[in-house]
Design a binder for this molecule. Structure first.
Ligand code: PLP
Length: 430
């Protein structure tokens, strides 16, 4: 497909798969040319931080007692969903990486969001002599640490899920937590945060406006840490640590990753931080036979728009005449993260776009075939394998991993509404 065709489809909100002509095979272990160099050790450090905090998290959140404070998700083989999608066994096997069920946050934001709050808490506690790196972090639930954190604020701008993750974790540690949200953020997410003592500030306009407003307010307050979804390295590294666990899960399930067994990973993309962190991590650990594809709504394809734009520019989906309106609220972002785009330019295999109707169809299909409960954003990846089924990567040895990024905390009334909407749509050929 030529570039003009791709741009025409982007502008007309027509679903498509775009393959990245700049994809190079980065050998594992090579660091990227960023202002800050990313290394495997940084990913491991994020993982080690989660491990240090696990006993504290198990004490703070009853739902983490069973996993001893570990926040992880299952890797599930989903043959019934594969069949329902019409994907033949000759193109490989279909898996789900079930981040929709990540505990406490109910979305992929548990990875990046929690990591950044924990890193901030750790820094403050070390500076104030409350912990040592090899000590027992459960002292952070004691009054001395709580008093320290209560003097500090953690703020974030979000379409919903990042706010939920940051707000819940910051409040549990004793921080004052402020979440800046766009007015289109879902009411139940705002309500859930307020119930946990988080201050929710609503901004007219979209996600970008909420982030800008939050960033500005936070800069004026030296005791406020602003979690910057568009620029944060801590978020990125928290997401990347998912690759370490996935590698272990693949080994446990006997899944090989080599030329005859390519690993294709389909990741829903908003600003790009979560999918880029994970994709970078997987490339570092598993090498050139990993192929990552980002999934975006047809009205919010900010990552694709950015990669198609002249280098040095930073265009939004509005510049292409799109509305940024989608039921996939976790992906309703007008402009890509420059950090994520810089990392992904040489690593990304491609981007595909999805209509909202298809999201609901796939959301309902996953419930029907596998009994899994996901939100619309988390359904975006399921179109990927279909786009690729005639390509060389879809071979009998291939493994296709669709990352389901959120949904287990969606209230029942909302979720039933999603299923209803799928029923009311005209039947589709996919
Ligand atoms: C945030 C989010 C994503 C995408 O993450 P980005 O870092 O914004 O690209 C995907 N799915 C869900 C459910 C999310 O909440």
């Amino acid at each position: 497909m030529t570039e003009p065709d791709t741009l025409a489809r982007l502008r007309s909100a027509t679903p498509q798969l775009w393959l990245n002509p700049q994809r190079t095979h980065m050998p594992a272990g090579t660091s990227l040319a960023l202002d800050t160099t990313l290394r495997l050790a940084d990913m491991q450090a994020a993982q080690d931080r989660f491990t240090r905090f696990a006993p504290l998290l198990a004490a703070l959140f009853p739902e983490l007692a069973a996993s001893n404070g570990r926040i992880e998700s299952e890797l599930l083989l989903v043959p019934a969903m594969q069949q329902a999608l019409g994907l033949k066994p000759e193109m490989g096997r279909l898996w789900v990486k079930a981040d929709h069920s990540l505990p406490v946050a109910g979305s992929i934001k548990a990875r990046g969001g929690f990591h950044e709050v924990l890193e901030h808490a750790e820094r403050l506690a070390l500076q104030n002599g409350l912990i040592s790196p090899d000590g027992d972090y459960r002292v952070l639930a004691q009054p001395a640490a709580q008093a320290l954190f209560a003097r500090h604020q953690v703020a974030v701008g979000s379409t919903g899920n990042l706010g939920l993750a940051i707000g819940v974790m910051a409040a549990a540690l004793g921080f004052r937590a402020v979440v800046h949200m766009s007015t289109d953020a879902k009411a139940w997410k705002k309500e859930r945060l307020r119930q946990r003592g988080v201050q929710v500030v609503e901004h007219s306009g979209d996600y970008e406006r909420a982030v800008d407003a939050g960033r500005e307010l936070a800069l004026a307050d030296p005791l406020c840490h602003f979690v910057d979804d568009e620029r944060s390295l801590s978020l990125f590294l928290g997401y990347s640590a998912a690759a370490l666990h996935l590698r272990t899960q693949l080994q446990e399930q006997g899944v090989l990753v080599d030329a005859a067994h390519p690993l294709l990973v389909y990741l829903p993309c908003g600003v790009g931080g979560a999918p880029a962190g994970i994709a970078w991590g997987l490339h570092e650990l598993l090498g050139e036979h990993v192929h990552c594809f980002f999934a975006e709504p047809v009205q919010s394809p900010c990552f694709l728009a950015h990669l198609l734009s002249p280098e040095g520019s930073h265009r939004s989906v509005y510049d292409y005449g799109l509305t940024n309106r989608t039921e996939a609220d976790g992906l309703a972002v007008p402009r890509a993260s420059l950090l994520a785009a810089q990392v992904m330019r040489p690593l990304l295999d491609g981007v595909f776009t999805v209509e909202d109707d298809t999201l609901f169809t796939h959301l309902a299909l996953l419930q029907e075939t596998q009994g899994l409960r996901i939100e619309p954003s988390a359904a975006a990846g399921f179109s990927g394998p279909g786009f690729l089924q005639s390509g060389a990567l879809a071979c009998p040895g291939a493994n296709h991993v669709v990352w389901t990024t959120g949904g287990s905390l969606v209230p029942d009334a909302q979720y039933q509404g999603f299923l209803q909407r799928a029923l009311m749509q005209k039947p589709r050929g996919q």
